[in-house]
Design a protein around this ligand. Structure first.
Ligand SMILES: C[S@@+](CC[C@H](N)C(=O)[O-])C[C@H]1O[C@@H](n2cnc3c(N)ncnc32)[C@H](O)[C@@H]1O
Length: 392
């Protein structure tokens, strides 16, 4: 594995990644020489001391590593706000819970729309594990919508009792730790993380852990046919069930909007996708080396929406609809949106974004929206122009 170049890092970034590396070394040694990729991802992304989402470095937007839909235009916020407005009109007791709110842009834009339309919720809860991001969200909301501060409440954990809620998670599930595996038709092994004699991070293939073995059992039909002569590498998220249980557990009833990139299982584990979907982002580039700059680069994997639907079923939640983000947005008044940016240049930029989202673009099709209901039934037409649940 090539040694990462540290030349372009600031002193602060260098210290952060060195601390992260030290923490990884301790963990790998304590575990007898290797750790699962899920543990690696947990540490490098989510550890409060050394994890990517907890650094003081900018990670979103132009000066960071990636841009999410709420950061690039107001359209997604507008459409989710429309969906929420209808649900709040049906039941004024419904509050909103946003999970993993990033910089807080979705919360800000949604609250602005809901306020103007007279459908603001009593409470807009945010559950955000990163203190750095909680502070950024508070700053953004305080600066641009100080009146929202009486509505917004940050939850320290998910042991709350929120009654009836609308739960929103945009690009959160793709950050959940995944386990990696490799199949060569004869057997499936787990791809773990180890340290070389030179102290560098590297892959280490070993027998799968019990939980991975069990989870892969039901995937083997698809994994039976990798292209001839190729190894089939992919990943699987074993934390979907417990994550969904935590998010829905604090609500008596809920409607959940889960928005992310991903596929139904047959497409996710298609023989041609033999390199999986795991990737990392560093300064707006897809980085080849998942082990470079630990703690300084984002690592993400697509969401297996069939597995998500199965996890929902185990929790007695119904899948109310599943569709492309584009068809979700078109059903939720995207074409009624009118520019309200301050400058003409901003308005032109927002119209260009709208075109990109509606004209069958990669963004609108690559992202999916799954709507789940706990104790609540609505037909799919309420949420999408074209429901694709049969593909799950
Ligand atoms: C890629 S960012 C998306 C941010 C925001 N939703 C957006 O669309 O701009 C992922 C967010 O999820 C949060 N996050 C990651 N894992 C989480 C988890 N298990 N539970 C709750 N939030 C999580 C991160 O701290 C971060 O705020």
């Amino acid at each position: 594995m090539p040694r990462p170049t540290f030349s372009k890092l600031s002193a602060e970034q260098r210290l952060h990644t060195e601390n992260c590396m030290e923490r990884l070394g301790q963990e790998i040694n304590a575990q007898g020489g290797s750790i699962g990729f899920d543990r690696y991802m947990q540490l490098v992304l989510h550890d409060p001391a050394v994890g990517y989402y907890h650094t003081q470095q900018p990670i979103f937007g132009k000066h960071g590593d990636f841009v999410t839909a709420p950061d690039s235009s107001v359209h997604l916020a507008y459409c989710i706000a429309h969906a929420c407005a209808g649900l709040i009109q049906d039941d004024a007791q419904r509050n909103i819970l946003e999970i993993g709110a990033g910089r807080g842009q979705l919360a800000l834009d949604m609250l602005r729309y809901l306020h103007v339309w007279g459908t603001a919720p009593h409470k807009y809860y945010i559950f955000e594990p990163s203190e750095t991001l909680r502070n950024a969200q508070r700053e953004l909301l305080e600066e641009h919508m100080p009146e929202s501060m009486s509505v917004v409440e940050w939850l320290p954990d998910l042991h709350a009792e929120l009654g009836s809620a609308i739960v929103i998670a945009n690009e959160v599930l793709d950050a959940l730790p995944v386990k990696c595996f490799v199949s060569d038709l004869r057997q499936i092994n787990e791809r773990c993380v180890t340290l070389t004699d030179q102290g560098e991070l590297d892959w280490h293939t070993q027998e799968p852990s019990y939980e991975l073995d069990v989870a892969l059992d039901y995937l083997t039909v698809m994994l039976d046919s990798p292209p001839a002569g190729e190894l089939y590498c992919s990943e699987i998220c074993l934390q979907l069930g417990e994550t969904l249980a935590a998010w829905s557990g604090c609500c008596e009833q809920c409607i959940m909007f889960l928005i992310d990139y991903g596929y139904p299982q047959s497409e996710y584990y298609h023989p041609q996708r033999h390199m999986g979907t795991l990737r990392s982002y560093f300064r707006h580039r897809v980085a080849e080396n998942l082990f470079a700059y630990p703690g300084l680069q984002d690592i993400t994997a697509d969401v297996d929406f069939s597995a998500l639907a199965q996890a929902a079923g185990r929790l007695q939640m119904g899948v109310l609809s599943f569709s492309s983000q584009r068809n979700f947005m078109l059903a939720n008044h995207l074409l009624d949106w009118r520019p309200a940016g301050e400058t003409q240049a901003e308005q032109v930029a927002q119209i260009a974004q709208l075109k990109q989202l509606t004209l069958g673009s990669a963004v609108g099709e690559r992202f999916q929206v799954m709507v789940l209901g706990k104790g609540i039934e609505y037909g799919p037409d309420r949420f999408t122009l074209r429901d694709m649940r049969t593909r799950l």
